[in-house]
Design a protein around this ligand. Structure first.
Ligand SMILES: NC(=O)c1ccc[n+]([C@@H]2O[C@H](COP(=O)([O-])OP(=O)(O)OC[C@H]3O[C@@H](n4cnc5c(N)ncnc54)[C@H](OP(=O)(O)O)[C@@H]3O)[C@@H](O)[C@H]2O)c1
Length: 296
């Protein structure tokens, strides 16, 4: 019989997880306050900060397992209202783990739980969030991590394809590629480092850790450690446009000011998970090539 997975959050990452699970023969059900932009999977309305609504949705969907991949995910929004960010993420984690009643649960968390002072953050590195988003996600991690059958999957910066006519691009790759393609100059910090990971690879690893036997805490970063400016240059190379269209700027000068200098993840456990499930996480050049080749 097909396994039903309730995916709370039907945004950029949640929809990719739904697509992966459906392709594997599972039954994903997306949940959020407003319907998703694309018709990826069945959807139910849910405000995860409402305890009764969480209980009712779990009761009606009867999932075998849950993925928590909801917002608020906007770092700048969280910084502007830190108390609300922590309250929302904590409430959702509490209500959903209570409603799950011991069902397997995976929380998608973030590299922002580290202070960003060092390039190598593996599962043993001490957490010390430097921003409100990181503090809110860490609070949720602690609640979900204490549940009986849970995995916290910390993911580095996710990227993937989004159409040119989106109201707002949700990831750096898409924003950069469409602006470069339109002949625009792109500013990107030369001093903000990350280990970008393709959204399809995030979805594949999420599906893998939903299976029994996964570690309770796992880090997922891509194999390449790049600055945003280097990454933008790789996208320019992929598009065949001059690298001079990328203007390297200091992190402090722009919209990345509230992000740590290093948002990189390494892992002592990921290779074993990938080996067991026959998976591979792609680097930046391969990921950019795959996205541009598949682009409409
Ligand atoms: N994207 C990345 O690079 C990245 C990296 C690491 C970790 N993550 C984590 O992955 C999660 C999702 O990221 P994303 O990029 O997919 O974000 P996104 O595209 O902004 O999607 C967030 C989703 O959560 C829903 N949501 C927000 N508040 C909710 C609530 N109270 N109840 C139910 N649903 C709610 C939103 O829909 P409504 O507003 O309509 O409810 C939306 O469907 C976040 O928790 C983030 O921390 C993302």
């Amino acid at each position: 019989m097909s396994t039903t997975t309730l995916i709370v959050g039907s945004g950029f990452v949640g929809r990719a997880v739904a697509a992966r699970l459906a392709a594997q023969g599972g039954t994903p059900v997306l949940a959020s306050r407003t319907p998703p932009a694309e018709d990826t999977a069945p959807w139910v309305r849910l405000d995860a900060t409402d305890a009764d609504a969480c209980a009712q949705v779990v009761e009606s969907v009867r999932p075998d397992r849950l993925v928590l991949v909801h917002g608020p995910s906007d770092v700048t929004w969280c910084e502007a209202d830190p108390e609300r960010a922590i309250a929302l993420h904590s409430a959702a984690a509490r209500h959903l783990t209570a409603a799950a009643r011991g069902r397997r649960t995976v929380l998608i968390s973030t590299d922002n739980v580290f202070d960003g002072s060092g390039p190598d953050n593996d599962e043993a590195t001490s957490t010390a969030p430097a921003n409100a988003y990181g503090r809110a996600k860490l609070a949720a991690e602690r609640i979900v991590g204490a549940a009986p059958d849970a995995t916290v999957l910390r993911v580095s910066l996710v990227y993937g394809w989004e159409p040119a006519d989106c109201a707002k691009w949700l990831n750096f790759f898409a924003a950069c590629a469409h602006r470069l393609r339109a002949g625009e100059q792109v500013e990107a910090p030369h001093d903000q480092w990350t280990t970008p990971v393709l959204v399809e690879d995030v979805a594949a690893v999420t599906a893998a850790v939903l299976e029994p036997g996964a570690p309770g805490l796992l880090h997922l970063g891509g194999p390449d450690r790049v600055s945003r400016a280097e990454w933008a240059a790789a996208i320019a190379d992929g598009l065949g446009v001059p690298r001079t269209r990328v203007a390297p700027v200091p992190r402090a000068a722009g919209r990345y000011a509230s992000r740590p200098a290093h948002t990189c993840l390494t892992s002592t456990l990921l290779d074993e998970v990938l080996r067991r499930h026959g998976l591979r996480v792609r680097g930046v050049a391969e990921g950019v090539r795959a996205l541009l080749e598949a682009a409409p």
